[in-house]
Design a protein around this ligand. Structure first.
Ligand code: IMP
Ligand code: MG
Length: 186
């Protein structure tokens, strides 16, 4: 949201940690706009099913989907793999997938791809349900931390292997409502 950025503090304290500005709202929005344009082009003759991975992807999903001018369905699911600032890799079950995905073009909307354990678990759970295709659209991609082979076809921004909060991303549930991205102060 233009107009928010000048109000943003130089430091934000969440629990025991301090975060500093990393990616501004304007930069996020123009990156999201490009991703939305790509999706709108690639899926213009399809009717994809967007599967939004909660909680982290809620803000990105809203900003992305309102810019995708295609006919599409949207559903919301939950998984969990993170506690604190280290990816645990311990992904639990996927909850809330109410729509059948057989023969559908599925697009998984994620907040961030880190090690890739979460997205791999999603692929492994969804592929046996026989979708026509599964692609990933993530706000952020920590390419250097990624350990999996599933392609990350759409992402708004690549970032360093650092812990970030804001725009849906949390540190132990705080920080999701920050309208830009902050990084752990070193
Ligand atoms: P992965 O399974 O290691 O790829 O981690 C993916 C999930 O961990 C994301 O959906 C986020 O919920 C969380 N995560 C990964 N990196 C960060 C971060 O830098 N900040 C906050 N959450 C993160
Ligand atoms: Mg998440």
């Amino acid at each position: 949201m233009r107009g928010f950025s000048f109000l943003m503090p130089n430091e934000i304290q969440l629990h025991d940690k301090t975060f500093v500005p990393y990616i501004g709202a304007d930069q996020l929005e123009s990156a999201i706009e490009k991703t939305a344009a790509q999706l709108s082009e690639h899926y213009k003759d399809k009717q994809p099913l967007f599967v939004v991975v909660l909680n982290g992807a809620f803000m990105f999903a809203a900003e992305l989907l309102k810019r995708c001018n295609i006919k599409a369905e949207v559903v919301f699911v939950r998984v969990a793999s993170y506690s604190g600032t280290q990816s645990s890799g311990d992904v639990r079950e996927i909850l809330g997938l109410t729509s059948p995905i057989e023969h559908r073009d599925v697009i998984l909307i994620e907040d961030i791809i880190d090690t890739g354990h979460t997205i791999a678990k999603l692929f492994e759970t969804l592929l046996p349900k026989n979708p026509k295709s599964i692609k990933v659209a993530s706000l952020l991609f920590k390419k250097l931390a990624y350990e999996k082979a599933y392609p990350i076809d759409y992402y708004a921004l690549e970032i360093e292997n650092k812990f970030v909060v804001g725009y849906g991303l949390d540190y132990n549930e705080l920080g999701r409502n920050i309208p830009s991205i902050y990084v752990l102060k070193s």
